[in-house]
Write a protein that binds this ligand. Structure first.
Ligand SMILES: NC(=O)c1ccc[n+]([C@@H]2O[C@H](COP(=O)([O-])OP(=O)(O)OC[C@H]3O[C@@H](n4cnc5c(N)ncnc54)[C@H](OP(=O)(O)O)[C@@H]3O)[C@@H](O)[C@H]2O)c1
Length: 263
């Protein structure tokens, strides 16, 4: 009988926070399955990890925003004899601009990736994760804790991720499965370029490295924490935001997003 390969599946592993989460998890001794659209970047990361003496991660090049893509992903895993023990829903993107002016299809694609595929993968692999008493890490954002004029759909998708993660975490509590929402603030990755953001790093808006965020996320995942907010600045922001009146907060966020937009 062939042995089942128990993997930690990381979406959005071709770059940024996801690639560093994969590196940190490989160091932690996890066998991995790497998912994103860029097959070449995934293969390069799998080779990098294999060169350290770890098992070579499975590579699954899939566009998760496409309906039916998670069927392909599940079929690829089954063909490799792999079962998901840890699920890291990290793939996501944002778009900067008023919702009325941004492309409608791109905004619904964002919901397909940031929300629909995250829910689909979670529900699809839940039986395996429960059987393994595994873990789930969903990458949300500081943006989850307030409405985001001029990035409205993105902020709303991340609010969904925080809410969904906390709720299913409670549902799964008796099973021993933990669900962690990772809530980074501004992190230096390709996210800004895809979102149409062009902002200098300032003392007021410090950027963290993807590796620092990944290490915090992994530590929180393995400790079974409900929520991880890396960085003091972000922790303070998340703690204070609920006390700020929306009449002041919303125009301030709109001004900030406008000032960061690529022209
Ligand atoms: N950077 C920040 O400031 C920041 C702050 C808070 C939260 N976050 C969140 O952190 C997560 C990771 O973002 P990042 O900062 O690391 O950005 P990134 O460097 O742009 O990485 C995004 C990852 O998602 C993958 N991806 C994008 N579209 C995909 C699709 N349709 N199907 C499959 N994979 C797809 C990308 O790979 P391919 O292009 O190869 O598909 C890439 O691996 C996101 O959920 C983001 O919302 C980022």
């Amino acid at each position: 009988m062939t042995e089942v390969r128990r993997v930690a599946l990381v979406t959005g592993a071709s770059g940024g926070i996801g690639a560093d989460l994969a590196r940190v998890m490989a160091r932690g001794g996890h066998d991995l399955a790497l998912v994103a659209r860029s097959a070449g970047k995934l293969a390069a990361l799998a080779n990098e990890i294999a060169a350290t003496g770890r098992p070579r991660p499975l590579v699954l090049a899939v566009d998760l925003a496409r309906t039916g893509s998670t069927d392909e992903l599940a079929a690829g895993l089954a063909a490799a004899g792999a079962s998901v023990e840890i699920l890291v829903n990290n793939a996501g993107f944002g778009l900067n601009g008023p919702a009325s002016q941004l492309d409608r299809a791109s905004q619904t694609e964002m919901i397909d990736l940031n929300v629909r595929s995250l829910v689909d993968l979670t529900l699809r692999f839940m039986p395996d994760i429960v059987a393994a008493r595994g873990r789930i890490l969903n990458v949300a954002s500081v943006a989850a804790f307030l409405p985001g004029p001029d990035m409205a759909v993105y902020y709303a998708t991340k609010a969904f991720v925080v809410s969904f993660s906390a709720a299913i975490g409670e549902e799964l509590r008796a099973s021993g499965v933990t669900v962690t929402a990772l809530c980074p603030g501004w992190t230096a990755t390709d996210f800004q370029a895809r979102a149409g953001i062009n902002a200098p790093v300032t003392a007021l808006m410090p950027a963290m490295s993807a590796m620092t965020v990944a290490e915090a996320g992994y530590a929180g995942l393995m400790a079974g924490r409900r929520r991880v907010t890396p960085g003091l600045f972000n922790k303070i922001a998340v703690a204070l935001l609920p006390y700020m009146p929306l009449s002041l907060l919303l125009p301030a966020i709109a001004r900030m997003q406008k000032s960061r937009r690529h022209v």
